[in-house]
Write a protein that binds this ligand. Structure first.
Ligand SMILES: Cc1ncc(COP(=O)(O)O)c(C=O)c1O
Ligand SMILES: Nc1c(O)cccc1C(=O)C[C@H](N)C(=O)O
Length: 440
């Protein structure tokens, strides 16, 4: 992948601890001796998952936090849906192939990944659409309160939806774009606050928020909490039930590897089901869709959050990806994620790029964001070398570390490539500096 790798070893953990416990944030410490990266990979309990993905030769993929990689058996699963279930089963497949049950069934397969007991999670629509549903439902559960608290720095769709649900500008309180703390959040909450919307992991900085503490704080003020899990599901264990979260949404095309545009999920705590009214009252959320009644009656339970016909081809991609997730030990996943991000932070520290990502492992998701005034050009130069991360305006190099298909060796290669791009100055070439307005 990259040439000229002078440092095949780095200063990391005590060699004695190499073994399954060596994978984790403590495996890479400042006072540690030189240890072989290959040993870290040999001790990785998740190493077998790499061969279950199809990735192009010569590509080091650090953008699984935007679009996850292709599980090797997904094409066959989608082909089976097309050829057999659709081509031969035709309309019968709604029942015989279980299409009708997929929104609830796949929701219950995502549930363990987000710490939810069965019956509280459905797969449907996009994260944006589901945000509209849960924000509206949560506001209607607090009719005497007007205020919605959100983050100025959140992924824009979250912010746009806080406008779209019809909160008056004066009733929208926004946390600062950078550096807000639980204390500054506490200052924004009051007994007029209906809903708090937060990202569990910030898409730009990779900061992980204290779901338990913040949920408890919001509840003390009588507010409901909606969590956006787009950058935490499949990146680390999430505990919705145990933390008392009210609602959550998340996408399945990033760390879950469901495929481009695969449907999102929506969680509503069981205690809200009877009273929750979501605004998109389509027939899939009706108590008896095939009664074709003229009036809307919501289904019991989580089914009332469904709206219309599910995108079956996309559901099949997610279904295949969840076959892998059924086998993943989330504790091992978290340990490896922190081991990878810690290693990358350590290896790139000498380059002097300010990091937006917290140094404390407990406050970190599964990405590293480094700042560079010419981040766009630097990332284009990296991509040309086969190291695919992404750029976030105005100056962020974003590197996603997906524990299922990346190794410590990949981290070393990526850090080496970044160092070479910076030291050579290749990014200054005109083909990199001309902004192409790329999508990702
Ligand atoms: C935090 C967050 N929320 C929402 C979305 C997007 O939602 P949608 O799938 O509706 O485009 C993204 C990424 O696209 C995201 O990073
Ligand atoms: N959803 C995306 C898309 O449709 C096109 C390009 C990128 C995306 C993303 O998911 C971006 C991602 N949410 C981010 O964290 O920046």
């Amino acid at each position: 992948m990259t040439s000229d790798r002078p440092d095949a070893t780095v200063d990391i953990a005590d060699p004695d601890v190499i073994g399954p416990d060596a994978i984790g944030p403590d495996a890479i410490g400042p006072d540690a001796e030189a240890t072989d990266i290959a040993a870290l990979d040999a001790a990785d309990p998740l190493r077998g998952f790499r061969s279950r993905f199809t990735l192009p030769e010569g590509v080091l993929y650090l953008d699984g936090n935007s679009l996850g990689a292709l599980p090797a058996h997904t094409s066959e699963r989608i082909a089976r849906l097309v050829r057999q279930e659709w081509g031969e089963g035709l309309i019968r497949s709604w029942n015989e192939a279980g299409w009708y049950d997929l929104p609830r069934g796949l929701g219950d397969r995502i549930a363990p990944l987000v710490g939810a007991a069965p019956g509280q999670t459905v797969v449907c629509d996009s994260t944006s659409v589901n945000l509209f549903k849960v924000l509206t439902a949560a506001r209607r559960l607090r009719p005497d309160r007007r205020v919605l608290v959100a983050e100025l720095g959140s992924f824009p769709t979250d912010l746009y939806l806080t406008e779209g649900v019809g909160v008056a500008a004066r009733d929208r309180r926004l946390l600062d774009r950078d550096g807000w703390t639980t204390d500054s959040l506490a200052d924004l909450l009051a007994d007029d606050t209906a809903v708090l919307l937060l990202s569990h992991v910030d898409y730009r900085t990779g900061e992980l928020r204290d779901m338990a503490g913040i949920t408890e704080l919001a509840h003390r003020h009588g507010a409901l909490v909606v969590w956006d899990l787009c950058h935490s599901v499949g990146a680390l264990p999430v505990e919705l039930d145990a933390t008392g979260a009210d609602f959550a949404v998340g996408c399945s095309y990033k760390y879950l590897n469901g495929g481009p545009g695969s449907p999102a999920f929506l969680y509503a705590a069981a205690r809200h089901h009877d009273a929750a009214e979501q605004p998109l009252t389509g027939w899939f959320g009706h108590a008896d869709p095939f009664a074709f009644e003229p009036g809307y009656r919501p289904a019991d339970g989580i089914g009332r959050f469904l709206t219309g016909t599910p995108p079956l081809l996309s559901m099949a991609g997610l279904q295949a990806a969840l076959d892998l997730w059924d086998e993943v030990d989330l504790t091992a996943l978290r340990a490896k994620s922190l081991s990878l991000t810690s290693l990358f932070l350590e290896l790139t520290a000498p380059l002097g790029l300010p990091s937006l990502t917290p140094a404390e492992p407990s406050r970190r998701g599964s990405q590293v964001s480094l700042r560079h005034p010419h981040a766009y050009a630097v990332m284009q130069a990296l991509i040309e070398r086969g190291v695919i991360g992404d750029f976030r305006a105005p100056d962020v190099l974003r590197f996603g570390f997906t524990p299922l298909y990346l190794s410590h060796r990949d981290v070393l290669d990526a850090a080496t490539a970044l160092r070479e791009v910076l030291e050579s100055g290749v990014w200054r070439e005109q083909r990199f500096t001309a902004s192409a307005g790329a999508v990702t």
